[in-house]
Design a protein around this ligand. Structure first.
Ligand SMILES: *Cc1c(COP(=O)(O)O)cnc(C)c1O
Length: 452
């Protein structure tokens, strides 16, 4: 399978290069050149274990690895998820299901993409013989998932900048207590945006990027999207037959990567009625799907911080398909967006997306209500998925993180704090974190001194 850029100005590449490049050279995002249909017998095979399903689906896109090698990559990536189902589906009411995506090493769905990415980095190092220094900024889940995807791997060092004192204590421990000597969590004075600006500046300087052999933990890497598509099929296969006709997937959304993965596999034949984009108070996508206008506003920090976004980086993929794969139209709309800061999409058609929005009060109320009505505990992100659900239709809400990661909000909502073994164990471990001045020059120096 070849991957092409949404902006049409880059050569098509195979699976491995699409992974290694992250962003296409013309600034666009990679998408599969065409979307193959799922094999007709796949959806009726209820008993397929997660790795075998991942192999079937990723194998449709990856013609770079032979089958044995791909299965090895998949086993390495998902082998240590705590629940052997990897993504178990829980029924909490007649038509209501929760797909638990928090059984990976850092307890959020980000592990599904970043475990695989970690193993692909390792392969890149052995293919090219060159070491890699991975650099990123995080407001929580991405950084810890990337760190766990790469901890202890040879030839790669990981530098993750985070705003000191502004991420949850447990998220900080997930990054700083790995015990791996190739991991460098860096606390900086300032906000997430300040951290992100430093990363952008260093990555944007091609001399620095080359000298330090920097690679990004990219939120737009197509491999993350492909890896996430697998669990939508896995969810479908776990549904009782009577619930399979009109399935609605509800996805707590920030950068639009997770829900886009579901929509993509639906285009390949997974029967789905509707995809509900569940946003928090940062409602750019809620406004998009209701008006056809895409206009970022200021980020307003919420109780669901991993969804606090200003610009949804995977939006361009939606736009490309909305343009019926017309890359020229996508290029000119993105240019318009970058110059004017907003797009009004011509002939907007929401396809089978709808959207909901939760304020912080809604998040607290939803956590309480889900506990009272269904005796089930959801984290603040997943809580956004429980806004305005029509109980006459089958809904699968994606649980994107474990509630124990967010003790303060859970305490506020329920008066008690859920715990989780691996997080409790972290409290005993030594924190290794570095404090570096929040300037590109100081971070560059730090990487030079600690590089792989
Ligand atoms: C990243 C994240 C999201 C948002 O996912 P996108 O793919 O960016 O839309 C939602 N919930 C949690 C817990 C996350 O970590």
């Amino acid at each position: 399978m070849q991957f092409v850029s949404t902006r049409g100005g880059s050569d098509p590449v195979g699976f491995f290069d699409a992974f290694a490049n992250g962003l296409a050279p013309d600034g666009g995002l990679y998408v599969p050149k065409n979307l193959p249909l799922l094999p007709s017998d796949l959806l009726v095979d209820d008993a397929l274990p997660y790795p075998a399903l991942a192999w079937d689906i990723l194998g449709m896109f990856d013609s770079d690895h032979d089958s044995d090698h791909l299965i090895e990559l998949i086993d390495k990536s998902y082998g240590d998820f705590s629940d052997t189902m990897s993504a178990p589906l829980q029924q909490i009411a007649d038509n209501l299901f929760v797909l638990e995506l928090f059984h990976g090493p850092t307890l959020s769905f980000k592990d599904f993409g970043l475990q695989l990415i970690g193993n692909l980095f390792e392969e890149q190092i052995s293919r090219t013989g060159q070491t890699i220094n991975v650099l990123g900024a995080t407001s929580g889940d991405t950084g810890s998932a990337a760190i766990h995807g790469l901890a202890g791997k040879k030839g790669v060092n990981v530098f993750v900048l985070y705003p000191k004192g502004r991420i949850s204590k447990l998220q900080e421990r997930q990054m700083t207590c790995t015990g791996a000597d190739n991991i460098f969590p860096i606390a900086i004075e300032g906000s997430f945006d300040d951290a992100q600006a430093i990363v952008k500046e260093l990555m944007g300087d091609l001399t620095v990027k080359e000298d330090l052999q920097l690679s990004a933990i990219n939120s737009i890497n197509i491999v993350r999207v492909l890896a996430q598509a697998v669990y939508y099929v896995h969810a479908y296969m776990q549904l009782p037959p009577e619930n399979r006709d009109d399935v609605n997937f509800v996805v707590p959304t920030g950068n639009f990567g997770n829900i886009f993965a579901g929509w993509m596999i639906h285009q390949m034949g997974l029967p789905v009625d509707e995809f509900v984009v569940a946003t928090n108070q940062n409602d750019i996508l809620y406004r998009l799907f209701n008006t056809g206008e895409y206009t970022p506003e200021r980020v307003n920090p919420s109780l669901a911080p991993s969804m606090d976004i200003q610009v949804a980086s995977n939006f361009e993929r939606f736009l490309y398909y909305h343009n019926e794969k017309n890359a020229d139209a996508t290029l000119s709309q993105m240019a318009e967006f970058m110059s004017s800061g907003s797009i009004k999409i011509p002939n907007f058609n929401a396809s089978n997306f709808s959207a909901s929005k939760s304020t912080d009060e809604d998040i607290i109320a939803n956590i309480k209500r889900v506990k009272e009505d269904y005796n089930y505990v959801v984290d603040p992100h997943t809580a956004c998925g429980f806004q305005d659900i029509d109980s006459t239709k089958t809904h699968v809400v994606l649980a994107t993180a474990h509630p124990a990661k967010f003790p303060d909000v859970m305490k506020k909502a329920l008066g008690e704090v859920p715990t989780e073994e691996s997080l409790e164990a972290l409290k005993e471990k030594k924190i290794v974190s570095y404090e570096v001045e929040a300037t590109p020059a100081a971070i560059q120096k730090f990487i030079e001194d600690h590089r792989a």
